[in-house]
Design a protein around this ligand. Structure first.
Ligand SMILES: Nc1ncnc2c1ncn2[C@@H]1O[C@H](COP(=O)(O)OP(=O)(O)O)[C@@H](O)[C@H]1O
Ligand SMILES: [Mg+2]
Length: 587
């Protein structure tokens, strides 16, 4: 049985996770260790109280003498006070160290999560990420430490009480200890039993958070489509499944408790029976027996909760495992071994036999070949879902090609340092993410240390000047979370100013005006024209009027380039797909 328990403890999880945890524990190990060591006297003091009952009983109660043991009541008070003071110190240290470690882990984890590739965010819901980030790190750090503290307190309390048992009567003690270990045995199977449920619980816990985020972000859609019932129903179902899992978990772990109680009561019965016999035969004194029984009863509490504690420590280890899984995954899109900096884009940009799929065996781009000269504007048109956005997303390596390669200056983009590659690309999407803060904050995201003149220039080029001047606080105006206080055209122009100030040689415009009405579009188009000057531009647009001046128009249908050429060339072509698109729009 011992071997089994040991095996559990030394199982891979315990050792490897502790090794990984060490760098985070290291800065605080002194205090952490102190907080755990203090628990040894705290635990042991329980035993002193039980032990002192023997002389007290035998000397005061039986011999009716009031020698030194008369001070025992006073000593008990002093001991209890000392014990609770130490407890306070241990708790304080424990929480302090736990929080520190949790914060450090969270900081590292945040960086790792942030740099994950787009596919990661496609697959994980926001709830899953938040849940892992918060609950798992907390239970892996704070939870682990505080449970470890309780665990050691209880272990030492138990050990010293067991010593008192043996001091009083070894025969009785053997019975008691054997029974106690029988009672503890079921605990060793807990981990296996709860792991599966725990994983599911996390999944549904995460679903709750995702649901909240969705409800919050999509509240306008919910209102406009009257989706209250629908959302409410889905939420209730999620909550129901969380409830069911919680109950299942309690069933599995909770069964331990009655089982243990039963075994322990057997032990107490056996001890009292044998104790009577030993007293009658003068093998032990009544003091021994009282002290023994007291120690045994006091033992019941720590032993009983060691069970729960052990569960919690196990849960903390499972959480730690999940945290490290997340922490250790390398982003799929990352630098190669010896990346070079992309200094300036001077040669051609080439897509060479590029194939791409988001999901296995669902090809989205099929053997695409394309060359763009520096300074050219290339426009992508074609059916919706055809792969235009995908084409341009491959350039900043939001995703990596499945096969083939993309070259800049004759070099595969995978060989460039990712930061430097992205430094050379400014992007304006259809729906741009603005951060809570001022207009200026949002523009400065494009270039942190931009001068006042540069900001002014960007504001002007983005056709924002008139708007900014009309605001009481100018560009120091708060725009609300995600820019909710702005119109679509205003948001778009801030995004353009942000791209402008970045001053990158490559510009990607993905349906940048599609969400706007004609009037707003005209202004934004002017801003875009400014942004496009003297740069290599990739433009995706479904309004063909905006692409006719491009140096090259590429028609992408169902993941393939079906036509390529200037507006005039494509119109002049026989059976031209572009021409039919163009004509249908003119009408
Ligand atoms: N993140 C994604 N995960 C899985 N499939 C995607 C993802 N983004 C786009 N797709 C799929 O890839 C195809 C091409 O999409 P996209 O490049 O956005 O088309 P377009 O911009 O031409 O409208 C579509 O069928 C779309 O459903
Ligand atoms: Mg698109």
């Amino acid at each position: 049985m011992f071997a089994k328990i040991k095996e559990k403890l030394v199982s891979t999880h315990f050792v490897t996770n502790y090794k990984k945890m060490w760098p985070y524990i290291k800065p605080y190990w002194g205090r952490g260790l102190t907080s755990v060591l203090i628990t040894i006297p705290i635990g042991a003091m329980d035993a002193v109280i039980a032990w002192s009952l023997k002389p007290y009983m035998d000397v005061v109660m039986v011999e009716k003498s009031t020698s030194f043991v008369g001070y025992i009541p006073l000593l008990i008070i002093i001991f209890s006070c000392l014990q609770s003071l130490l407890n306070y110190a241990a708790t304080y240290l424990n929480v302090w160290v736990g929080r520190k470690i949790a914060n450090d882990v969270k900081m590292v984890l945040f960086d790792r999560l942030m740099q994950s590739e787009a596919t990661f965010f496609d697959k994980m819901t926001s709830g899953q990420i938040v849940f892992r980030y918060n609950s798992d790190v907390d239970s892996a750090c704070n939870g682990l430490l505080s449970n470890l503290k309780l665990f050691t307190t209880r272990v030492f309390s138990s050990l010293s009480l067991i010593a008192v048992l043996f001091y009083n009567s070894w025969q009785l003690a053997i019975i008691a200890v054997v029974i106690l270990f029988c009672a503890l045995y079921p605990l060793t199977t807990v981990r296996r039993k709860i792991k599966a449920i725990m994983d599911k619980t996390i999944f549904s816990g995460a679903a709750v958070i995702s649901h909240f985020n969705e409800t919050f972000n999509g509240n306008r859609i919910i209102a406009s489509y009257n989706l209250y019932d629908y959302q409410g129903k889905r939420f209730r179902e999620t909550l129901k499944s969380v409830f069911k899992l919680g109950i299942k978990m309690t069933q599995r772990t909770g069964m331990m408790s009655p089982l243990m109680h039963f075994i322990v009561s057997l032990g107490i019965a056996a001890v009292i029976w044998l104790g009577n016999y030993l007293i009658v035969n003068h093998q032990i004194t009544p003091g021994n027996f009282v002290s023994f029984i007291t120690a045994l009863i006091m033992l019941y509490n720590p032993i009983k909760s060691i069970g729960n504690n052990f569960n919690s420590v196990q849960l903390a280890f499972l959480a730690m495992e999940r945290v490290f899984n997340l922490m250790e995954r390398l982003p799929a899109v990352r630098n190669c071994g010896n990346p070079v900096k992309l200094k300036n884009v001077s040669g051609i940009i080439e897509y060479k036999n590029v194939c791409f799929e988001y999901l296995k065996n669902k090809p989205v781009l099929k053997n695409v070949n394309l060359k763009i000269n520096v300074g050219e504007t290339v426009a992508f048109v074609g059916n919706s879902g055809g792969g235009k956005t995908t084409m341009v997303n491959l350039l900043p390596r939001f995703y990596d090609v499945t096969s083939g390669e993309i070259l800049i200056n004759g070099k595969n983009i995978k060989n460039y340092d990712l930061f430097s590659l992205r430094d050379n690309i400014a992007i304006v999407f259809q729906d741009n993410f603005l951060f809570a803060g001022t207009i200026r904050d949002n523009i400065l995201l494009g270039k942190e240390n931009a001068s006042k003149e540069e900001i002014e220039h960007a504001v002007e080029a983005a056709c924002l000047k008139e708007f900014v001047d009309s605001l009481e606080k100018g560009w120091d105006t708060q725009i609300g979370e995600r820019g909710v206080l702005l119109s679509g055209g205003q948001k778009q122009r801030i995004a353009i100013a942000r791209a402008f100030i970045k001053n990158a040689p490559i510009v990607i415009l993905d349906e940048a005006t599609s969400a706007l009405d004609n009037k707003a579009e005209a202004v934004v188009q002017k801003a875009i024209d400014n942004l496009m000057k003297d740069r290599t531009v990739f433009i995706v647009a479904h309004r063909l009027s905006t692409v006719r001046n491009a140096d090259k128009i590429v028609v992408v249908n169902y993941g393939e380039i079906v036509e390529e050429g200037t507006h005039e060339e494509l119109l002049a072509k026989e059976n031209s797909v572009y021409a039919s698109l163009y004509n249908s729009q003119l009408r």
